[in-house]
Design a protein around this ligand. Sequence first.
Ligand SMILES: C[S@@+](CC[C@H](N)C(=O)[O-])C[C@H]1O[C@@H](n2cnc3c(N)ncnc32)[C@H](O)[C@@H]1O
Length: 272
Amino acid sequence: MFRSLLGAIRTQSLQRMTFQDHFKIIFSFVPQGTLAPIVYKEKRAFTSYEGTKYILPSDELEQERLEKQHRIFTRAFDNKLVLPPVILKNGDKVLDSATGGCSWLLDCMKNVPDSVEIYGIDIETRLFPATDCLPDNGLQLCEVDLNSFKGGPVVDKCNALLTALCDSKGLLVDIASQSPEMLLNAGFADVHVDCRSVPLGKWAGKYGEDGGSNIVSVWKGMKTALMTAGGLGFVHSEEEYDKLLEDLNRELDGTPGAQIALVTIYAQKSEY
Ligand SMILES: C[S@@+](CC[C@H](N)C(=O)[O-])C[C@H]1O[C@@H](n2cnc3c(N)ncnc32)[C@H](O)[C@@H]1O
């Protein structure tokens, strides 16, 4: 179906999905709509896409965070949207799977000829913006390596909490480190991993401040999932969780060296 395809997937603990699943979603593409009713919990909006275990919200706040995170990601990788050398030709197709607010896709559109078709798919189209390469069959994944989140004791607690939350929902917390092997097992070859550390906190200027606030917002976005799971022994009330995130913010701002790694993984497959 796709003569040449460059897939960009930036997910954060994405559930496993087959390409067939993704293609199904392409065909039910609903710009600025929703594929399933939105569920409101604790003033945040969440997708209710059948079978999803996705824990982050799908609302305006998250849309803003994703746009900011995209800028951080792009800067961390030297303003490159695609790491491997790519020459997109007439008729090539690009897939941005789990496109969210389409930030990567829209930037990509500005940099490729009009004759290249770019597709964005997601289980929730509510994050879509308000406007309407690999050699052949390449794939690029962009992940936050949640195992690499370093700071002090509050960061350690947040890491443990996230691991427990992902375990409780059957999500892969270490998708960044597992992806290369998963790609090899799925028949991809020539797997490359490029990892960049991003500083977190005011000690690292505006870049660090943005990185820190992005990470704190990720943990804020997980509040509903955590409270629904009863706090998992880490917190016992919303107030306690809010206080933990204030402490996290403070710790990042005051801990030179606080960081997290962003990982881009790319590979090739000759046939699907
Ligand atoms: C953290 S956001 C990343 C969005 C975008 N790629 C970016 O980097 O800004 C993850 C996105 O994955 C979507 N998602 C979650 N599970 C999915 C699945 N199984 N298939 C497709 N999209 C999925 C969510 O709706 C959300 O928009």
